[in-house]
Write a protein that binds this ligand. Sequence first.
Ligand code: SF4
Ligand code: SF4
Length: 353
Amino acid sequence: MLDALRRRGYQCVGPQVKEAGIVYAPLTSVDALPRGVNDQQSPGEYRLHDSGAARCFAWANGAQALKPLLFAPRETLWRVERGDDGRIQFRETLPVVSPVAVIGVRACDLAALRIQDKVFLQGAHPDPYYGARRQALFLVAVNCSHPAQTCFCASTGDGPSAVQGYDLVLDELDEGFLVAAGSDAGAALLDDLTLGVSSDAQRRAVERQHVDAVQTQTRRLPSRNLRDALFANLEHPRWQEVADRCLSCGNCTMVCPTCFCHAEQDQAHLDGTGSEHQREWDSCFTQGHSYIHGLTIRADTRSRYRQWLTHKLGSWHDQFDTSGCVGCGRCITWCPVGIDITEEAGAVCGDQP
Ligand code: SF4
Ligand code: SF4
């Protein structure tokens, strides 16, 4: 499959172990996949272990989602140049994009991609930077067989098995993979491969795996109408309790596959010949993010945590007609003090998960 993708001009990107974590990186060989690796995740904890097993995808998502591949952590949006006559000109800096095939995308990240497509492409002002990268993507999903203890995508309806948004989807068994196409491009690629026909027993094993993956998830978001419940509890004492623990570090927003806050700034050339207008990821947990004309609107951690949670699970519905959470659990694992979004939402809304 990797060879067939390369023949079609795609650069393959896939999960690999780097610095004790699993990240997406250019993938030139299946030998680079994390074969025989398991993960252990809990609030504020992430560890990899060698299991010695034959599987390449027996772990849940690491810190990185598809987000950095589409919404660049830092990029120049335009350049301003001053000519010899003193006049200034604005130059577009659209990215030069080559086709990329991402191997091993999980269902929650496909759901997050649908949300980011709404944010960046389906509004009144589609983002051409995101759009150029989005068009060049070929997505090979892998259904989750080993959700982490922090995953709760079953309760948000976004996983653990992928149902849409992929070109190909894989199910991993000890003896190999079952593969199915989800798009014309995926079906055309399958035509290029020499594949066997799966047996009834293999298909039953895959179905069992889907059911087991749902049943191993123990966390869930409260089932009531979270938007109304959160806004009815804006003065709940729990906001201060969580603020007493929260470091306002912004880790939760950096790893979240749907967060899109960013800041913009101009970098002037020292010789005065021009400048670059740059965009980079920002977080609603920083003090600067809510600074407007001499006033920091959310000056304390309580108001920033409340803003994050009520936006993600509440007003996101008003803006984008969907929740902003796909249950990937990253914000729980990568929070240095182990704050758990399911627990906090449950406490504020009076419905303990
Ligand atoms: S809020 Fe947390 S669990 Fe929900 S999508 Fe973002 S990182 Fe994942
Ligand atoms: S909730 Fe956790 S990850 Fe998010 S800002 Fe607070 S301490 Fe950092």
